[in-house]
Design a protein around this ligand. Structure first.
Ligand SMILES: Nc1ncnc2c1ncn2[C@@H]1O[C@H](COP(=O)(O)OP(=O)(O)OP(=O)(O)O)[C@@H](O)[C@H]1O
Ligand SMILES: [Mg+2]
Length: 242
């Protein structure tokens, strides 16, 4: 479904991504893992058309999309939920959701799109006319994902959706990702919550310094020595254990 070949992303002299190749097949959950600064967000931004790659190519459903502007990428069915959620806290929940549909107005009824987007978000429905600032962190993340769904993605790019959330909200995010996959949405997930991400992922890639140092099935990566020592060993002391 998505193929990224030999991708390079640079910011001036900073080489954020250096020749990364990844693949996401239809119906998969694929996770990108890596320390701060490894290049994870740069990968998603390049796929979403937010940054223009310095080299390499990206194809989606058999068509090259490298260098397309972000709104054209959304039109093809790739929607990114950015790092840090970027909810408009001064707007209501409903207004935030409507912003997610701005590209698809011509394709259908926004009210219907909202119904469709909300069916996995029972907690948001009674709060549609409240300001987004009244929501908890977990609910704001749910709103950010629901807003992304308003554009009816085929491929959803999620950048650290569990960051900063309480353990229960983290669980809810991972449960939602599985539900969405069950509804036919393919997911490319960036996560630092490595254990839980690998438990729901079909496959994963580990980035370090802008290159892929390891890849495999979620199960294989969970058992891999390098991950156990450098990522999973640390999270074992955390309280998010399931
Ligand atoms: N707009 C920018 N201008 C200059 N350098 C940048 C910019 N964005 C990212 N970088 C640098 O590129 C590298 C990769 O950053 P990126 O945000 O892709 O990493 P990341 O894996 O998402 O990290 P994090 O876990 O902190 O979100 C880092 O060295 C970062 O400092
Ligand atoms: Mg990032």
């Amino acid at each position: 479904m998505l193929q990224v070949r030999e991708l390079h992303v640079r910011y001036g002299n900073v080489r954020a991504v250096q020749g990364v190749s990844i693949e996401v097949r239809s119906g998969e959950i694929v996770v990108l893992i890596g320390a701060n600064g490894a290049g994870k967000t740069s990968m998603l931004n390049a796929i979403a058309g937010i940054v223009r790659p310095a080299a390499g190519f990206i194809s989606f459903q058999g068509e090259i999309i490298t260098g397309l502007p972000a709104h054209r990428v959304i039109d093809r069915g790739i929607v990114q939920v950015p790092e840090g959620r970027l909810i408009f806290t001064g707007l209501t929940v409903r207004e935030n959701l409507r912003l997610g549909a701005y590209r698809v107005k011509e394709r259908g009824d926004p009210a219907q799109a909202m119904e469709q987007a909300l069916h996995n978000f029972a907690e948001l429905r009674p709060r549609l006319d409240e300001p987004a600032s009244a929501l908890s962190g977990g609910q704001q993340q749910m709103l950010a994902i629901a807003r992304g769904l308003m554009a009816r993605p085929r491929l959803l790019l999620l950048d650290e959706p569990s960051l900063g959330l309480a353990p229960r909200a983290v669980q809810a995010v991972f449960r939602l990702v599985r539900t969405l996959r069950g509804e036919g949405i393919t997911v490319l997930l960036v996560e630092q919550n490595v254990r839980q991400a690998l438990q729901i992922a079909d496959r994963g890639y580990v980035l370090e310094g802008g290159t892929v140092i390891l890849s495999g099935t979620g199960r294989a990566l969970l058992a891999h020595d390098l991950l156990v020592s450098s990522y999973l060993g640390i999270t074992q002391h955390g309280k998010g254990q399931s």
